[in-house]
Design a protein around this ligand. Structure first.
Ligand SMILES: [Zn+2]
Length: 320
């Protein structure tokens, strides 16, 4: 009896500690009444890792998921109230309290890597939120190593947002080993090597994709085979592996997408057909001294007075 009473007291104390953070949150809310606060740059949420203290989490014991749900209600309220900058600390709290709350992890990573990344105005801020989103999803995978969706989510964010293609490929491959993984995971695995023109790995990954999802009675498998056969024919049967124009198109498209996300250009060190301008990321014929798009010097060491990122790729190359 006294045992139970003292446990209840501990719980009460823990909830009290948790609720103590509320006034602080309220003052943060008042500081950031809405997303379009003109001064928001000077008030950037600094609190990606300020969730509940480990002691609070330990004291909550079996009631952690209840506390996580309570915090989640606040996430929903702040979400609909447009209070985006307060969400990372709340989401961090929810996922620390309940590390198996998949939806909370997904929203956490996505909110940082997509919404706040898009909303941030400087390259430094964008990198901060993108890195934060990736770190959140890495934490999610560590806590849920048997959840293919979470592994896919990390792969997708690395692929679509960070353009870290080789790491994305690792996670797509890992997610693809789960029986419940969808067939697009298999195809995204070779898309990573397509985007980086990593030809040996592209060929290997296409062969791998051809041998996956082969059930002739499953509509999804049939569709998968049609898409992969198409891509296989394009790259290997029709031998576009040595197609200079296709390479140029991929370089321009990939580096344009990177510019839109404020990610550094990929310079395609193994591509044999084009030199890639380190300033604008666009391809120029091999051995060019100046890039054909903007006249940037192609060698970074040749003492240019122009700063990188001064120019943007032309608008017609913006399709992804
Ligand atoms: Zn250039």
């Amino acid at each position: 009896m006294t045992d139970r009473r003292s446990r209840n007291l501990t719980l009460l104390l823990a909830l009290g500690l948790l609720l103590m953070t509320v006034p602080m949150q309220e003052s943060i809310h008042q500081l950031r009444p809405h997303v379009f606060d003109p001064e928001r740059k000077t008030r950037r949420a600094s609190a990606i890792n300020v969730g509940p203290m480990p002691a609070v989490i330990a004291a909550l014991g079996g009631f952690r998921t209840v506390a996580a749900d309570m915090l989640w209600l606040r996430v929903e309220r702040d979400w609909h109230g447009g209070n985006w900058w307060a969400l990372p600390s709340l989401l961090d709290g929810v996922t620390q309290l309940d590390p198996h709350f998949i939806l909370a992890w997904q929203v956490y990573g996505w909110h940082l890597a997509y919404n706040l990344h898009a909303e941030a105005e400087t390259k430094v801020d964008k990198r901060y939120y993108l890195d934060g989103g990736i770190r959140a999803l890495e934490g999610a995978v560590d806590a849920n190593p048997d959840n293919w969706e979470m592994i896919f989510e990390l792969g997708w964010t690395l692929f679509d947002r960070a353009h870290d293609m080789h790491r994305a490929a690792e996670y797509f491959y890992r997610a693809d080993q789960f029986p419940e993984a969808k067939s697009y995971t298999t195809r995204l695995y070779y898309r990573c090597f397509e985007r980086t023109l990593d030809i040996p790995r592209l060929v290997e990954a296409l062969e791998y994709a051809k041998n996956r999802h082969t059930d002739p009675y499953s509509p999804d498998d049939v569709q998968h085979q049609v898409i992969v056969s198409d891509n296989y024919r394009f790259w290997i049967t029709d031998n576009h592996l040595e197609d200079r124009d296709k390479h140029r198109e991929i370089i321009a498209r990939e580096n344009t997408a990177r510019a839109q996300r404020s990610v550094d250009f990929y310079l395609y060190p193994d591509n044999p057909y084009w030199d890639v301008c380190p300033h604008c990321g666009l391809p120029s014929p091999e051995g060019s001294e100046f890039c054909s798009a903007y006249g940037h010097p192609m060698k970074p060491s040749s003492g240019s007075s122009r700063s990188p990122g001064e120019s943007r790729p032309p608008a017609e190359a913006t399709s992804i």
